[in-house]
Design a protein around this ligand. Structure first.
Ligand SMILES: Cc1cc2nc3c(=O)[nH]c(=O)nc-3n(C[C@H](O)[C@H](O)[C@H](O)COP(=O)(O)OP(=O)(O)OC[C@H]3O[C@@H](n4cnc5c(N)ncnc54)[C@H](O)[C@@H]3O)c2cc1C
Length: 546
């Protein structure tokens, strides 16, 4: 079904107009992008939208209607800057204000796209005409006529893919692909999904704040808020799968750290439901112990069991998913526009035009991904019997984290180690207990050795890799990401480090939008920060490789 993309450049989001256009496009796919420089009142919108409505924090916030036909992107922030960060092919645009860069606007317009602009003065109309808009007699409606050839549109791909790896990354990829009607074969070397890094009893989810609101912070915020909305569609935390949106209390480490956090609270002014800074008295009351430097309270944060999130995402695929478990992908060969995935004996496991590598630390064992700079970082989580520590109804973190008890177990962790030891170590357990005891100001204690070790898959900049994989064997000068040679039909969802729960849904949505040629769910700058080719680009720029 073709997608109709509308962009609204309003000074205020017009919910009545949005509702009307949804009705007009009933039964068809609609992608509505609203640029919102000011807080938006969603009070007039139907409940499914209100329930997903984001806090007023900068960035692109993607929401989806229940039937999956309408996507609403709310891009909060400056309108001109926001427009320049869109990656979309616009079929219709409503202009309340004329953006300062009409070149940017023209780049985004599809040939024949329609424009509606009330209150234009003659100068603005002339500028729009110069940019390629041809006005009708009403003088408020125009059609865009492209003069130079626009960027070539990628043809629609054949909707068959193989996903390698059934952890959070792979399960989310399957779910997003199936939501767009793709047939997916999921290859996993274990008998069950979530058997490696995604096999911990609990993972925590929370946002990140920084003084300069840097790219990593913006990405974590986008991923966290997208995950919270996406999880609602899976039934919600604690109902669709195990977990609790119980809030996260993140204590400041020391006086200096607290001072920086106070400055962030004063300048970023995050809405309280997103992040609230607590001074020492309030933080101490919540903790039930002295918290002399204060804390952040993330009311919508919490913990979830990754294996049950994976199960919910795989269940959502229905009959579009084929599982090939207990099979190890050892080689990938491209034959006549299809990838063949083979095991160690050379037997064919699956074949499709598109392959998505979501194999965590296993990815670099495949020849095409061998040069990706990914490191395995050991982590040990300790499982303590309920009652071993003072009980809290929320997640606590500082140098270590502690989850509320679930089925009698409290998870405390996790260590960061450079070695490859898979066994549980007493020293790692003491480290975990020591850190959390220090936070709670109780004496460190011995407990029976219990927990789990896993290996995070970490890129040098600690950001994920989401997109087409580069092919370093093809030489050539590269100045921009789009110049890099890529493997045809081979993509990666890798490097989720310590935040796999929240990276998985957004990175999968980003990749599937790239495959489908749909508007991206994050700003261009953020999508580029996740490009798997960024390391090769840096290397080629540095070495001037030709
Ligand atoms: C100790 C620890 C604590 C953590 N705490 C948190 C937390 O609190 N919050 C949070 O969000 N994240 C946390 N993480 C990170 C999170 O667990 C990971 O980011 C996430 O699980 C990564 O998911 P993945 O799908 O990329 O990798 P994995 O879960 O490792 O999945 C990769 C899958 O690919 C399969 N595979 C690999 N190679 C092949 C092959 N050749 N053929 C077939 N199958 C293959 C593997 O068997 C595996 O199942 C933690 C991680 C660790 C280790």
């Amino acid at each position: 079904m073709p997608l109709h993309t509308i962009v609204a450049l309003d000074t205020d989001f017009d919910s009545a107009r949005f509702s009307a256009v949804c009705i007009r496009h009933g039964g068809q796919r609609l992608h509505f992008i609203a640029l919102a420089p000011r807080p938006v009142d969603a009070g007039q919108l139907p409940e499914p939208w209100r329930k997903q409505w984001p806090p007023f924090v900068p960035g692109l916030h993607r929401m989806l209607s229940r039937d999956g036909l309408v996507t609403l992107d709310l891009l909060i922030g400056d309108v001109d800057a926001g427009l320049a960060q869109l990656s979309a092919r616009i079929d219709e645009i409503w202009l309340a204000a004329v953006p300062s860069s009409l070149k940017v606007l023209a780049r985004l317009m599809a040939d024949g796209a329609r424009l509606q602009a009330a209150q234009l003065d003659d100068g603005q109309r002339a500028a729009l005409q110069k940019a390629g808009f041809v006005f009708d007699d009403s003088r408020v409606r125009a059609v865009f006529q492209r003069r130079a050839a626009g960027p070539a549109l990628a043809g629609k791909p054949e909707r068959r893919a193989i996903v390698i790896g059934a952890g959070l990354a792979g399960a989310a990829a399957c779910e997003r692909l199936a939501a767009r009607g793709w047939q997916v074969t999921l290859v996993e070397r274990h008998a069950q999904p979530a058997s490696e890094a995604s096999g911990n009893l609990a993972g925590i989810f929370m946002p990140q704040l920084s003084k300069d609101d840097n790219v990593a912070t913006r990405l974590v915020r986008a991923a966290y808020l997208y995950a919270l909305r996406h999880w609602q569609s899976l039934g919600g935390v604690g109902t669709g799968y195990e977990g609790e949106q119980c809030g996260v209390l993140q204590l400041a480490r020391d006086a200096q750290h607290a001072q920086v956090q106070r400055q962030i609270a004063a300048t970023a002014l995050p809405p309280p439901e997103f992040a609230r800074w607590l001074e020492a008295p309030e933080a101490s009351t919540m903790l039930g112990a002295p918290a002399p430097h204060g804390a952040w309270w993330f009311a919508q944060g919490g913990w979830a069991r990754p294996s049950s999130v994976c199960a919910a995402m795989l269940d959502a695929c229905g009959s579009l998913l084929t599982r090939r478990f207990s099979r190890s992908a050892v080689s990938l060969q491209r034959e006549q526009h299809e990838w063949q995935v083979r095991d160690g004996d050379g037997s064919l496991i699956a074949q499709a035009p598109t392959v998505i590598l979501a194999a965590g630390n296993g990815a670099v064992l495949l020849a095409q991904a061998a040069s990706l700079p990914l490191d395995a970082v050991r982590g040990q989580v300790t499982h303590l019997a309920q009652g071993s520590l003072p009980e809290l109804p929320f997640v606590l973190c500082r140098e270590a984290y502690m989850t509320p008890a679930h089925q009698g177990i409290v998870c405390v962790g996790a260590t960061y180690d450079a070695d490859g030891d898979v066994s549980l170590r007493a020293a790692s357990q003491q480290e975990n207990i020591g850190k959390v005891a220090d936070i709670l100001q109780v004496a460190p204690f011995d407990a029976p050795l219990a927990g789990r070790t896993g290996f995070r898959c970490v890129a040098p900049d600690r950001l994920p890799l989401a997109g087409a994989l580069p092919d370093p064997s093809v030489p050539g000068r590269c100045e921009r990401l789009r110049d890099l040679p890529r493997w045809p039909g081979l993509f990666g969802l890798l490097g989720y480090a310590s935040r796999g729960l929240i990276w998985a849904p957004l990175a999968a949505e980003l990749l599937v939008c790239q495959l489908e040629g749909e508007p991206l769910p994050v700003e261009v700058q953020l999508a580029e920060a996740l490009d798997p080719g960024r390391f090769l680009l840096r290397e080629r720029r540095r070495n001037g490789t030709h």
